[in-house]
Ligand binder design. Structure first.
Ligand SMILES: C[S@@+](CC[C@H](N)C(=O)[O-])C[C@H]1O[C@@H](n2cnc3c(N)ncnc32)[C@H](O)[C@@H]1O
Length: 223
């Protein structure tokens, strides 16, 4: 089942990565602005980094500082990576992780077009991140955890890669109630970010749900 989910998600987002969707489309721009990006932020990065796939602005929450290392789990075309890259500056680094080859290709093309020297993109699932222990100051993720079949493994990886005192900001879709069975079992609803969403009625260790649309978890102590 896990492999079937990963294949379906890769297939759906691979097709999006190969589309012409960009911040130059009024609808795409409007979606991003509705979810908290300013027009200035969106025009400061390559237009093709925004495909209207976000559901919040985690970089604005985590406030990366100059010199820090930021990792974006499920980085898509690199929208949040490029915003973070500006904030951490030349002494810092912004790293995108995504399992879909076409997304990585698009993000790297955007990095090249934008002349970024402090960004990297790695192809990987987010439950097995190819980064060393305690090497990251901030982890961000934008509308991706709902798509991950093994969410506990993703949180273990976040805990592993964050430095002591590191910060995490996640924007995602969460459920306020039970899904109807037909939707809960639908692969289309899963790849559309609904079927795999975490329920607001469940809690995970070390995780505080702050409001109905966006949840943030701050890992205070590392093991
Ligand atoms: C809804 S899009 C969000 C993209 C980006 N965060 C943004 O806001 O524009 C989900 C992205 O996560 C990636 N993704 C989904 N599940 C993943 C997983 N288990 N491991 C790594 N990447 C994943 C997809 O390939 C896709 O690029």
């Amino acid at each position: 089942m896990t492999e079937e989910i990963l294949d379906s998600v890769r297939s759906k987002y691979g097709a999006v990565a190969e589309s012409t969707l960009s911040n130059n489309d009024a609808g795409v721009k409007a979606v991003a602005e509705a979810f908290g990006y300013s027009a200035e932020e969106l025009t400061s990065i390559p237009a093709e980094a925004n495909m209207g796939l976000s559901c919040g602005n985690p970089t604005a929450t985590v406030h990366p500082r100059p010199g820090e290392v930021v990792v974006d789990l499920g980085s898509g075309g690199g929208l949040d990576v490029f915003l973070a890259a500006k904030m951490v500056g030349p002494e810092g680094k912004a790293i995108g992780i995504d399992m879909t080859p076409a997304m990585i290709e698009r993000a790297r093309a955007n990095a090249e077009a934008g002349g970024y020297t402090n960004v990297e993109f790695h192809q990987s699932t987010i439950d097995n991140v190819p980064l060393p222990d305690a090497s990251v100051d901030c982890v961000i993720s934008n509308c991706v955890l709902n798509l991950a079949p093994d969410k506990s493994a993703v949180f273990r990886e976040i805990t592993r890669i964050l430095k002591p005192g590191g910060r995490l900001a996640v924007s995602d879709i969460a459920l306020k109630g039970e899904l109807p069975e037909a939707i809960a079992k639908s692969m289309a609803a899963y790849v559309g970010c609904i079927g795999g969403a975490i329920s607001l009625m469940t809690t995970a260790p070390g995780c505080w749900l702050l409001d109905s649309n966006m949840w943030r978890s701050w890992i205070a102590a590392q093991t």
